[in-house]
Every structure is written in structure tokens, then in C-alpha cells.
Write a protein that binds this ligand. Structure first.
Ligand code: UTP
Length: 290
């Protein structure tokens, strides 16, 4: 059976990024760099690898820098060319979004991730779509979303990225109630946002990558608040369970929670080590700290 292709991806970038204050006072969290590119570029590149054609940003106040980053920068390119810095020209060009690929909508108030996705309703339309949270990076050649698209092509319905976490940490994440398990694919029987360790149905947590059917937008339209008094995506996803296939993929690759300061520092080390130009030097520097 063939399933509708995943052509669109939503990037919610309207959050306040309070954990990184004061860095995020006037700078969007999603523009903080991991190695040589901002978080948002890492996830846009991952989406491109997965075949995404339309990139939908849900932005908010003081987030203009995000759209600027993907623009054509003629003066910069000319200056680099005149100085013979062709490798840098190539890097700058690779960060440009082609005409007709980038779409923007705004979330007037950061009322929660679920609300941010609802704000993109018109741009998503009536087709299955992907969501990528720029906070979550997965270091892997194929990319996390591309692995999820493979699972979606096999199973259809909804697919979310999942990983095991320590039981003590379940109250930080959306947690899966696990059904039948087939290799690295798990049937999702239920979803709970930020349960306490005693109430958590498992220790399998949701990572910020989703392939969802557009029905989720109808559930989000109820604007019900959940954990933290925010409109949670997890609660609306939970309402779709039973309607059609719903699976979690234990993806390959190392995941970094770049929304936390420690995860952000670790990701910078890991991406630095994996870089062909500076990896060996990073390894040498780290010896000074062991
Ligand atoms: P987070 O849960 O990390 O929230 O959002 P945050 O506001 O960015 O950061 P902290 O917790 O205050 O430090 C995950 C992703 O969802 C977006 C964020 O921009 C981030 O990319 N988001 C979150 C929205 O777009 N709108 C919201 O209302 C909440």
C-alpha cells in the first residue's frame, strides 16, 4: 500500500528559550550555533535529506533573524568571491532556501508547542506532514527524519521518534505507553506528557521529530491546556491513537537535547569531533580537560 508522501515540514521557533538567558534576550535560541551552523540549519538540512520540499517556520517576536539566515546574501557572496574564499561561498550558498520553499506564519503568544503547530494549519492543509524541533539534534548520516519516512512508507499513519530515558527523568518528556514491538518499531498505545516516574507507563520518551496526519490539527483546535498550563502537542496526538496506525521509531544516531545547556555543550563537542576539518584538533584540546 502506498501512503501520501511527506512533502511539508513545520519548524516551531516561537518559544522564549528561557533556559539560555541572557544569551536569548534578543537572539533566537534556534540561531545558537552547533559547530559552524545554527540549530535551525541543522534541522532544515535533515528535513531536506528526508525529501521535504516545503519548510514552514512558526515564528514570533524577535525571530526575524531566522528567516534572514536562509536568504540570498549577494554582497557577502561577492566579497567572499573577490577574496578567493570559494569554500566559504559554497557554505553560504548551501544555507540559502530556494524561491517557493520557505513559508512563514506567526504564533502571537508562546502558548505551547501544540498551539505553535495549530498556527501553521493553513500552510499544512490536508496532508500528512513532519515536525522537527530545532532543540533536538540527531547526529547520523541518513538523518533521523529520513529513517522515520522509511517507517512511515512501510506502516503509514503517524510515526514519532522515541528513545529510552532514565525513569527518574520521565517528568521532563512525553512518554509512550508501549504496544507490540517489532525490532526498532514500537506500537504506540498511549502518550502521556511529563508523567512523574511512578506514573510513567514506560521509560520510552518522545524526541522532537514527528510525522503526523492532518487530523491532529482538529484536536489542537480545541485549545485545551495540559502539563505546565500549555497547549501540548502530546495531548492531541494521544487523541488520534486507535484511529489509525501509530508507531514510535527507535532511530539510529546519537541524540542531543540542545534546549538544555549541558546538551548544547555536549552537542558542540560531538559535532566538532565529527568535523573532518577540525575533529583532530578538538580531540587534542579535550585532552587538556580530562
Ligand atoms: P521548548 O519546550 O524548548 O520551549 O520548545 P522554549 O520556550 O523554546 O525554551 P525554554 O524551555 O523556555 O528554555 C521546543 C520548541 O518549540 C518551540 C520553541 O521555539 C522550540 O523550538 N515553541 C515552544 C514554540 O514555537 N511555541 C511555543 O509556544 C513553545
Amino acid at each position: 500500500m502506498t501512503h501520501k508522501p511527506i512533502r511539508k515540514a513545520v519548524f516551531p521557533v516561537a518559544g522564549l528559550g528561557t533556559r539560555f538567558l541572557p544569551a536569548t534576550k534578543s537572539m533566537p535560541k534556534e540561531m545558537l550555533p552547533i559547530n559552524d551552523r545554527p540549530l535551525i540549519q541543522h534541522v532544515v538540512e535533515e528535513a531536506r535529506k528526508a525529501g521535504i520540499e516545503e519548510f514552514i517556520f512558526v515564528t514570533g517576536r524577535q525571530k526575524e533573524m531566522l528567516e534572514e539566515h536562509f536568504d540570498f546574501q549577494p554582497e557577502l557572496e561577492q566579497t567572499l568571491e573577490s577574496r578567493g574564499k570559494n569554500d566559504m561561498v559554497a557554505k553560504v550558498r548551501a544555507s540559502e532556501m530556494k524561491a517557493g520553499q520557505l513559508f512563514l506564519t506567526r504564533q502571537p503568544k508562546p502558548l505551547g508547542l501544540g498551539h505553535a503547530i495549530w498556527c501553521a494549519k493553513k500552510l499544512i492543509g490536508d496532508e500528512p506532514f513532519a515536525i522537527l524541533l530545532p532543540d533536538d539534534l540527531v547526529l547520523h548520516d541518513q538523518g533521523c527524519l529520513s529513517q522515520m519516512v522509511d517507517t512511515y512508507n512501510e506502516k503509514g499513519g503517524n510515526v514519532i521518534a522515541v528513545k529510552e530515558v532514565p525513569r527518574a527523568d520521565t517528568s521532563k518528556y512525553g512518554i509512550v505507553d508501549i504496544g507490540a514491538v517489532e525490532g526498532n518499531i514500537t506500537e504506540v498505545k498511549g502518550l502521556v506528557e511529563k508523567p512523574s516516574p511512578e506514573d510513567a507507563p514506560s521509560t520510552l520518551s518522545v524526541v522532537g521529530r514527528y510525522i503526523l496526519q492532518p487530523d491532529v490539527l482538529d484536536h489542537l483546535a480545541a485549545f485545551e491546556t495540559g502539563a505546565g498550563n500549555e497547549i501540548q502537542l502530546t495531548d492531541s496526538m494521544a487523541k488520534m491513537i486507535g484511529d489509525r496506525a501509530f508507531h514510535g521509531l527507535k532511530f539510529a544516531g546519537q541524540h542531543y537535547d540542545c534546549g538544555s545547556r549541558l546538551g548544547f555543550i555536549e552537542a558542540n563537542i560531538a559535532y566538532g569531533l565529527a568535523d573532518t576539518e577540525i575533529g583532530d584538533n578538538v580531540r587534542d584540546i579535550l585532552k587538556n580537560y580530562s
